[in-house]
Ligand binder design. Sequence first.
Ligand SMILES: Nc1ncnc2c1ncn2[C@@H]1O[C@H](COP(=O)(O)OP(=O)(O)OP(=O)(O)O)[C@@H](O)[C@H]1O
Length: 606
Amino acid sequence: MATLLRLLKYVRPSGMLVVATLTLMLLATLIDLLAPWVLRKVFDDGISKSDMGMVLMLALALFGLQLGKSLGSFAQGYTQELIGQNVVFTLRKQMYEHLQRLPFKYYDKAQTGQLMSRMTGDIEAVKNFVGFGGMMLVAGMATFVGTLIFMCSMQWQVTLLALSPIPLLLIVMWMFSRKVGPAWGKIREQMGRLTTTLQENISGIRVVKAFASESKEKSKFAGRNEQNFETNMHRAKLEANAFPLMGFLGGLTFLIMIWVGAVYVANDKMSLGTFMAFQWYTWGIIWPLNMLGWQINIFQQALKAAPRVFEVLDTKVDIESPADGGIDAATIRGSVKFQNVTFAFDKKSNEEQTKDLSKKEAAAASEQDRMEQENRAVIHDIQLDIKQGEVIAVLGATGSGKSSLIALLSRFYDVSEGSVLIDGIDVRDYELDGLRRSIGIVPQETFLFSASIRDNIAFGRPEATQEQIENAAKKAQIHAFIVNMPYGYDTLIGERGVGLSGGQRQRVALARAILMDPPILVLDEATASVDTATESAIHEGLLEVMKGRTTFIIAQRLSSIRRADRIIVLDSGKVVQQGTHRELNEQDGFFRRLLERQEMAAASSH
Ligand SMILES: Nc1ncnc2c1ncn2[C@@H]1O[C@H](COP(=O)(O)OP(=O)(O)OP(=O)(O)O)[C@@H](O)[C@H]1O
């Protein structure tokens, strides 16, 4: 019921259209009800009295009624679809906008295929009910009730007798509805899983092929496809059992009507005209009941699909600008302070933790969670003070927490304890978009869109001039490569940058960050996939780019951090060493061991 009420809210903006459609439907119903009544007159006032003038007039009246109905149907079909499409449009817009706002935490767990299927199939199922099923239900009910009124007013005894199979028909329908609902729920869920398998296979096709795992993946897909096939066949079986039974019981109404009607006509208790009109009216009883079977189907499908969409819409966005809009980040200069920062990925919100608990229990739970969080933390009590314009290299073994630490700067995640300050202000107090625009990031894995290379570089600044784009590309050492491409900056690159090498993709991402001209720059293993010659060329360019900007370089290769003002070494989420290259070289620790290992590796490769 709650789902239905919530769906109705989406229909409310189309209120006038709904009124227009329902008016047209009710008019069509009235015409349907009047037509048999006119037919009755053809027999009783025309044929039986041999008044051919009357017959002609009534035939023309019937024609006029049908013409009116046809014109009405044309408009009604259009408005009906418009209502459904309005709902689809709003739901898709809301879902898309919400997906854009949802934090990284959500995407760490969400399955792309499930989201795709909710955005497409589930919303479509909702539309079928809102635009078609719901309206037809109203039309069907109006036809049913109207028909009964007309029939009873003509001959109530025959009407009631003809209705005797209806209770049985309602029982069949109720049983069908109870069984088909869960089947639709399963189908929607399975479609989500099927889409996920497909999406993962397409995205990961290179891994599938590299490991020659096509047949394993094929059977995984076949398994899910088969499950969906079986559930659909189960649903079809339910329909195949219920619909003919409903048709049969409807047919019984006809049989009773003809038999009882004939007896009443023979006994002069019913005119021949009324008998003929009843034949027509019987359809007004059978049609809505038969349609009800389909409507239950559409309704149940929508009832199972809508919560899947609402579930996404109801996911809380807990990383947002402050309620008052937040502090303008345009003036950020770039000093950064990590103040007692602890961070765990699976932090639960306070509300989630203390829901349904008393005050005392909530306090105990919160203390327990604080301790658990401390155990799960990937960043432990970090204190760092970074001056504006400083170049900081963050070093550490894989999994030591380098990327996590930097992710807290842009609020991809929020700290569990402590605070991250930029220019002395907590990052949570800034307007979020502005904050993120102030931090240019070249991530480990670059995502490029299927668009021109120019648009990919100008992704964060679509208004940038060609000259600005080219300057950024030059600094990222990619300009020469781009101008040699078939269409230069207009060359289209495939999804995720297909057609470019790993190093080229990384340089496009670097140009993208440089173009944003941010006060803070983050290079996450940014030169990892380029050759040593290009790497040193990039570093030359970066020297100029880094000038005046606070820069974080996350790297494992020592060559890429030589120019850092300070090196921070992380181990299991804790800062274990910090200082200049020279200072750290003089200490016994992770840094010197890394240096020695790399020097040995370099010597053995010569
Ligand atoms: N989204 C996530 N959800 C849960 N745990 C995560 C997530 N991302 C990383 N971790 C865990 O957090 C720890 C730190 O990971 P992080 O990516 O920050 O390390 P890193 O030093 O950048 O590693 P690398 O050099 O390999 O990129 C690791 O133990 C990792 O397993």
